[in-house]
Design a binder for this molecule. Structure first.
Ligand SMILES: [Zn+2]
Length: 196
């Protein structure tokens, strides 16, 4: 039930302690406070050409994030989906396959990282209507989910890169994209850490 007016929110930048804090479960999903926060987060992520945003990035230390994959200037190849609020999520299963691909973060402007993520995940979460759902995600949307899930655990994508050489500027990333390199599959299988 979207509320009528939205406000664009300020995004916390790398170094702000709220990005490193453990978050609390959302208990009052149907409250005006949470519902209008969801609307404001969706308006904010669309305004800044993001594909996801997590509550700690807008200074709220709760287990809530938005996935809003859509093609835009920052992610020209993103699949189109309805912006979705993910509340109190759990990752219940992960694929053996891990893929490395480029990610950015609204809290780390101007930098891209080549980040390993599970290719597919099974998840559970509560919707903004209060419904409990189970869902499977693969590839780019699975990547967004894992990136945003990390935010509510206080983890940033720079914590997950394997080498500092996997960090590049936005300008160099744009050059790479023009060559359209496919994601790299990691051949040595391993688990990603849950305890960064
Ligand atoms: Zn981020």
């Amino acid at each position: 039930m979207p509320t009528t007016e939205t406000t664009l929110l300020q995004v916390a930048q790398l170094g702000h302690p709220i990005l490193r804090k453990k978050t609390k479960e959302v208990t009052n999903i149907s409250s005006t406070e949470v519902q209008s926060l969801i609307d404001d987060m969706i308006a904010t992520v669309m305004d800044v050409d993001g594909v996801g945003i997590a509550a700690p990035q807008v200074y709220k230390s709760i287990r809530l994030f938005i996935i809003a994959s859509h093609p835009n200037a920052r992610y020209p190849h993103a699949p189109l989906m309805e912006p979705t609020a993910i509340i109190n999520p759990k990752i219940i299963k992960t694929s053996e396959e891990i893929l490395k691909d480029w990610e950015g973060c609204l809290s780390i402007p101007g930098i891209r990282g080549f980040v390993p993520r599970y290719q597919s995940i099974d998840v559970e979460y509560t919707t903004r209507e209060g419904r409990q759902v189970k869902q499977a995600f693969t590839d780019f949307v699975a990547r967004i989910f894992q990136h945003e899930f990390d935010h509510i655990e206080g983890i940033m994508f720079i914590d997950r890169i394997e080498s500092s050489k996997d960090l590049i500027s936005e300008k160099e990333y744009q050059k790479l994209m023009n060559k359209k390199k496919p994601p790299k599959k990691i051949l040595h299988l391993k688990r990603l850490s849950n305890h960064l």
